[in-house]
Design a protein around this ligand. Structure first.
Ligand code: BES
Ligand code: MN
Ligand code: ZN
Length: 497
C-alpha cells in the first residue's frame, strides 16, 4: 500500500475521497469546517440534523458535491476531542481504512493527521497512521479457497500536513511506518502459519530469503551436528522428541561501523509446543503453533531495520525446534548439560523454551554484544500476571530495562518490569543437578527469567515474555505483530546516539 504526504486545502483535492474528522458532540474538525464553508454548510447541516454525532467508530459517507473536487467525503467520528488517546487514534485509522476499502475508494486524502492526540507530535501521528492503517487491513487467507478481498481495495493514502516545512520529516515518518508495518506483517504471517508448514527448516529458509535481498545481511544455519560440537545439550534435548531437525539460525546485519558492538536479539522458535512427555491438555493446544512468535518478532524486526538500512549492527539468533513426545524424547528427571557447562534437571518437559534459549544465550557471547534481548512466549504465568496487555520484562541492567520500557510506551507496545531477585533463583534448586528447569507455580514468569539469568552473566541482558501479547485467542485468533514496534523503536533510539 502506498502512502504520500502533501499540504493543501481539502476542498481542492481531486481524489476519490477526502477523509475528515468530527468530534463528539457534533463538532467539525478544522478540515471539516473548511469543506463545510466550501459547500455552503452541507456538512454542518448533516451534523445538525443528527446524521453524525461524532462518536468514535461512527462514519458517514457523503457523495459528490458540486463545490468540491473530490468524488466523496468521508466523515469519521473521533469521540471527544480532549481525550483523544493513542488507542482512539488507531481506531480512527482502522475505521477509515475499513470503510474506504468497502466503499470502492482506491485512493483517499486524509485530514486525520491533524487530530490532536494527547502527548503526541505530528511525526508520531504520521508514522502511526501508516502502521495502524496497514495493521487494520491485514488478512491471513493463504489457506482459504474463497478469499475475502475487496473488489476495489484502498491502494493509496495521501496524508496531509498544514505546514510545508514538515514535508521532509513527514516523508521520513512514512518510511518508518511502512518499515514497521512490513515487519509486523511478516511477524504475523509467520506466527499464523500452521506447525506443519512453519517448521524449523521453514524458518531457516526464511532467513536465507531475507539475506538474498539484503547485501548487509549474512545468514548462517547450524545443524544438530554443529550444535553437538558446541555442547548444546540443553537445546538438543528438546529436539530429541521431534522428527524435524532443529536449527540454530543466525542473521547478522551489519549496518554500523565494523567495531560497533551489536545488539543481539534471541527469539524462541518452538514451531509447535505439545509439552513433550509432560504433555499439555488438549484444549486450545493448536495455539501452541504460536510458540515461535519470539522468533517471528526477530524476523520482523530484521525486516524493518534492513528496509530502513539503519546504521547499526544487529545479530538475530533463533533456536528453532518442535517440542513433541516420542520414544526418544526427554523424560522428566533427565539431566542434561548446557553449552555453559551447567547441568539442568528437566522436571517438566513443557518448560522447553528456557532449555533452548539458554544455549542460544551462551552462544551469543561470541558476538561481544552491546546488549542481548531475548523474546519468548515463555510462560502461561506471565499471561496470568499481566494479561494480554503488557509484555513481561526482566533484566540484569537498569538502563537497558528503562530503554525498552520507554520504547514500549512510545509505540503503544508496552512492557512491564518484573523483579529479578535472588529469592526467585532459589526456587530452581535441584537435588541432582546445578538447577531444575522449573521453579514451582508461584512467580512462574519470574523463575523462568531467573533461569535464563544464569546464562547471561557476561553481558547486559533483557528478557521479554510475550506469552500474553504475541497473539489473540477466540474469535479474533491471530498473531498481533508484537513486540516488533517496541524492538524497532529501541533500535531506532540507539541509532540516534
Ligand atoms: N509455550 C509455553 C508457554 C505458554 C503457555 C505461552 C500458554 C502461552 C500460553 C511454555 O513452553 C510452557 O509450556 N511453559 C510452562 C512452564 C511450566 C511447565 C513451568 C507453562 O507456562 O505452563
Ligand atoms: Mn512448553
Ligand atoms: Zn513453549
Amino acid at each position: 500500500m502506498e502512502f504520500n504526504i502533501k499540504s493543501g486545502s481539502p476542498e481542492k483535492q481531486r481524489t476519490a475521497c477526502v477523509v475528515v474528522g468530527v468530534f463528539e458532540p457534533r463538532r467539525l474538525s478544522p478540515a471539516a469546517q473548511k469543506l463545510d464553508e466550501a459547500t455552503g454548510g452541507a456538512l454542518s447541516t448533516l451534523v445538525r440534523r443528527g446524521d453524525m454525532e461524532g462518536k468514535l467508530g461512527q462514519t458517514l459517507l457523503f457523495h459528490g458535491h458540486s463545490d468540491v473536487l473530490c468524488d466523496r467525503i468521508l466523515l469519521i467520528g473521533c469521540g471527544r476531542e480532549r481525550d483523544l488517546s493513542d488507542k482512539q487514534y488507531r481506531q480512527i485509522m482502522a475505521t477509515a481504512a475499513k470503510t474506504l476499502n468497502e466503499t470502492g475508494s482506491m485512493e483517499a486524502v486524509y485530514y486525520l493527521t491533524e487530530l490532536p492526540v494527547k502527548g503526541r507530535d505530528l511525526m508520531w501521528r504520521i508514522r502511526t497512521a501508516v502502521e495502524a492503517t496497514r495493521h487494520s487491513l491485514y488478512r491471513f487467507e493463504q489457506f482459504k479457497s474463497n478469499k475475502d478481498t475487496a473488489r476495489r481495495p484502498l491502494r493509496k493514502v495521501i496524508l496531509t500536513i498544514s505546514n510545508r516545512r514538515d514535508l521532509t520529516d513527514g516523508e521520513k515518518a512514512i518510511r518508518v511506518g511502512q518499515a514497521l508495518a512490513e515487519g509486523m506483517k511478516q511477524t504475523r504471517n509467520l506466527g499464523n502459519l500452521p506447525g506443519n508448514v512453519c517448521t524449523p527448516s521453514y524458518l531457516a529458509d526464511q532467513a536465507h530469503s531475507l539475506a538474498s535481498i539484503n547485501p548487509k545481511l549474512d545468514v548462517e544455519v547450524l545443524e544438530e551436528k554443529d550444535m553437538e560440537k558446541l555442547g548444546m545439550g540443553s537445546l538438543l534435548s528438546v529436539a530429541r522428541g521431534s522428527r524435524q531437525p532443529a536449527k540454530l539460525i543466525t542473521m547478522n546485519y551489519q549496518g554500523g561501523e565494523k567495531g560497533d558492538k551489536p545488539i543481539v536479539l534471541v527469539g524462541k522458535g518452538v514451531t509447535f509446543d505439545s509439552g513433550g512427555i509432560s504433555i499439555k491438555p488438549g484444549a486450545a493446544m493448536d495455539e501452541m503453533k504460536y510458540d515461535m512468535c519470539g522468533a517471528a518478532s526477530v524476523f520482523g524486526t530484521m525486516t524493518a531495520i534492513t528496509e530502513l538500512q539503519l546504521p547499526v549492527n544487529v545479530v538475530a539468533l533463533v533456536p528453532a525446534t518442535e517440542n513433541l513426545p516420542d520414544g526418544d524424547a526427554s523424560k522428566p528427571g533427565d539431566i542434561v548439560t548446557s553449552m555453559s557447562g551447567q547441568t539442568i534437571e528437566i522436571l517438566n518437559t513443557d518448560a522447553e523454551g528456557r532449555l533452548i534459549l539458554c544455549d542460544a544465550l551462551s552462544y551469543a557471547e561470541r558476538y561481544d554484544p552491546a546488549v542481548v534481548i531475548d523474546i519468548a512466549t515463555l510462560t502461561g504465568a506471565c499471561v496470568i500476571a499481566l494479561g494480554n496487555h503488557a509484555t513481561g520484562l526482566i533484566s540484569n541492567h537498569h538502563p537497558l530495562a528503562n530503554d525498552l520500557l520507554q520504547a514500549g510506551k512510545a509505540t503503544g507496545d508496552r512492557a512491564w518490569e518484573l523483579p529479578l531477585w535472588d529469592e526467585y533463583e532459589e526456587q530452581l534448586d535441584s537435588n541432582f543437578a546445578d538447577m531444575a528447569n522449573i521453579g514451582g507455580r508461584e512467580g512462574g514468569a519470574i523463575t523462568a527469567g531467573a533461569f535464563l539469568s544464569k546464562f547471561t552473566k557476561k553481558y547486559h541482558w533483557a528478557h521479554l515474555d510475550i506469552a500474553g501479547t504475541a497473539w489473540l485467542s477466540g474469535k479474533q485468533k491471530g498473531a498481533t505483530g508484537r513486540p516488533v514496534p517496541l524492538l524497532v523503536q529501541y533500535i531506532l533510539d540507539k541509532c540516534k546516539h
